[in-house]
Design a protein around this ligand. Sequence first.
Ligand SMILES: C[S@@+](CC[C@H](N)C(=O)[O-])C[C@H]1O[C@@H](n2cnc3c(N)ncnc32)[C@H](O)[C@@H]1O
Length: 321
Amino acid sequence: MGDNVGTGGHVPVMLERVLELLGPALSGPAPVVVDANLGLGGHSEALLATYPALHLIGIDRDPFAIEHSTRRLSPYSDRTTLVHASSSELDEVLAEAGRPVINGALFDLGVSSPQLDEAERGFAYSYDAPLDMRMDTSQELTAEQVVNTYSAGELTRILRDYGEERFAPRVAGLITKERAKEAITSTRRLADIVREAIPAATRRTGGNPAKRTFQALRIEVNAELSALEAALPAALDALALGGRVAVLSYHSLEDRLTKQALTARTKDTSPPGLPVPLPAHQPRFRLLTRGAELPSEEELARNPRAASARLRAAERIRVDD
Ligand SMILES: C[S@@+](CC[C@H](N)C(=O)[O-])C[C@H]1O[C@@H](n2cnc3c(N)ncnc32)[C@H](O)[C@@H]1O
């Protein structure tokens, strides 16, 4: 990890490139940007420092992220609106802030460094802690409830779809067997069960075998994919002409949803066979990235947590009449 003072060693991922991609949309007289995953406020701070007229609306469902960023961004308090909410409520947040039209939006998906590093949040298989994994600590559903109450079939689906765990039925089977003896309440016990369920021959490769199961549970507990499915279209719809969105995802499911949402809007939807394209069916966006961009080798050497990052961006080129 990096060594920037006062940020808990947190390094914003692909920062230069994010600034470069969003920049052309943020240099007007009174631009508005939404950071839908405020976290420690790293990207937001750089945006506010770079664009002196910028108003930033920062959203995070983790109350500790809002608390931290409120302190960090206090020099810019007259230009920031920080909201404890899920990005799936983006429309409401913009309406309440009185800024239904925006010029930029940033999604830096997934978990933050403190969520992973603070053992008691229960996200990490490397510490022993209660099985929690809630980003929003006021929400009811925890990983403990998922692990102890979901059917073997539901657990299999989650582990396979959200964790890409090829031994999902074996892991789900052992979870249900073990929880019948005694409820599974700690990250350590769950990690041990996963290790036991995975065949020894495959355990030797591919890092900690609990990684995929923990990712899957985290996505389920926080309904991460449905939040993205609601938030990204809402942000795209709110963009003014020339407005830009950048999305950093960290696993293939997020990246696939992002790609689908962006490419759907960059296509001409005229019915086939027309001599001239219909203006109302012209694309409303153009892609700014060719495929997904990856962090540089140099960034990876500095910040190993950037390893799985994929960056996509698009620009609004047409607004509906
Ligand atoms: C990778 S961190 C963001 C880091 C941030 N860009 C920075 O530079 O400090 C992701 C953040 O998104 C938040 N988050 C995840 N899903 C969310 C959602 N649906 N709505 C709001 N915040 C969410 C997490 O709580 C976490 O703080």
